[in-house]
Design a protein around this ligand. Structure first.
Ligand code: ES4
Ligand code: ZN
Length: 328
């Protein structure tokens, strides 16, 4: 059954989108020109053609090249407003937006510049586009725990603008436990917790275990390899931990020559699965609507399944009970 129109009309949430991953080539050229930054490509087509990667590390290399054009508060505003415009047109009512402050503070851009650009766009989009959003601050896991702690402290004066903290970037040899004290401090400061457990990483099961049992995370980003461990599935299900799966980036698990669809597998196991876009500008412009269409096709999702995913998104969102009731 073709459920494309049903999916397009569905009210949506998005809980896993990196704002820096929404920087489209057209805007990259526009900001480069405005800021007098040289780019290694002459055309949008050349830039898009350079977006080929085969694993997390090769993806991150391309992804980090984009940040050079983001310098001023207005750049962060334009980036965020463009994303929220696209999301609003796809009937997204509510989005939780990841941002990586260290990507910017490490090259001398003040934390305040980043957060003021982002929050001003959120406020304008709330008024003009009727889309609500909150920020989730991610730590880059290949950097030190000390750097993450300093970043957390830098964020405290902006506490009211940030609903949670996450963990992203290069997972290899950077387990959740490395940030145990940082996440404990974040929890104490009232932040919600999430962390990436990307697909098929070294020690992936141990990372998922640490996230669930040692750091008591509220959500896991991706986390598809949990389907290989019945004991961890039981823990996540009991605790109601939500998973933000991105079907365009990480839709399938390969096991003994068999392809297992992650959204299907999580639904069948009774896990709280949600669907998001991750880094849409680097994934052929597949925003959350297209991500749901891909998931529907790959996992043969029924209308009931799609409504379950929608409800899971509302359930897993870090919003007040009153706002949740509004969406249901
Ligand atoms: C990311 Cl898919 C993914 N995984 C880890 N870190 C990231 N940063 C941006 N996208
Ligand atoms: Zn991600």
């Amino acid at each position: 059954e073709d459920l494309t129109a049903f999916i397009q009309a569905m009210p949506k949430t998005e809980l896993h989108v990196h704002i820096e991953g929404t920087l489209e080539p057209e805007m990259k050229f526009q900001l480069a020109k405005r800021n007098g930054v040289a780019l290694p490509y002459n055309t949008v087509a050349d830039m898009r053609a350079s977006y080929n990667f085969h694993d997390l590390q090769s993806f991150l290399k391309i992804f980090y090249e984009g940040k050079s054009v983001l310098l001023k508060e207005q750049d962060f505003y334009d980036l965020t407003y463009a994303y929220l415009t696209k999301a609003a047109y796809q009937n997204v009512l509510y989005s939780e937006i990841f941002f990586d402050p260290q990507m910017h503070t490490d090259r001398g851009i003040p934390f305040e510049t980043v957060i003021m650009g982002l929050t001003r766009a959120q406020a304008d989009a709330r008024r003009q586009l009727h889309i609500d959003s909150q920020l989730v601050m991610c730590f880059e896991r290949e950097l030190s725990a000390d750097s993450a702690m300093r970043t957390l402290e830098m964020a405290l004066p902006y506490r009211q603008h940030i609903v949670g903290v996450g963990l992203d970037s290069d997972e290899k040899n950077n387990p959740p436990d490395k940030f145990r004290t940082v996440f404990a401090r974040a929890r104490q400061a009232g932040f919600h917790l999430t962390m990436h457990c990307d697909l098929d990483q070294l020690e992936t099961h141990e990372h998922i275990r640490q996230a669930l049992e040692d750091l008591h995370t509220d959500r896991i980003d991706h986390g598809g390899n949990i389907l290989e461990r019945a004991d961890l599935v039981a823990v996540a299900r009991r605790r109601g931990v939500a998973f933000t799966v991105c079907p365009v980036a990480c839709g399938w698990l390969r096991q003994n020559g068999e392809n297992i669809n992650i959204v299907r597998g999580m639904l069948d196991q009774g896990l709280k699965v949600t669907v998001s876009s991750d880094d849409p500008a680097y994934m052929k412009g597949n925003y959350v609507g297209q991500s749901l269409i891909v998931a529907q096709g790959d996992a043969a999702l029924s209308r009931q399944d799609l409504l379950t995913i929608t409800r899971n998104g509302i359930d897993a969102a870090w919003i007040s009970a009153a706002q949740r009731k509004d969406y249901l």
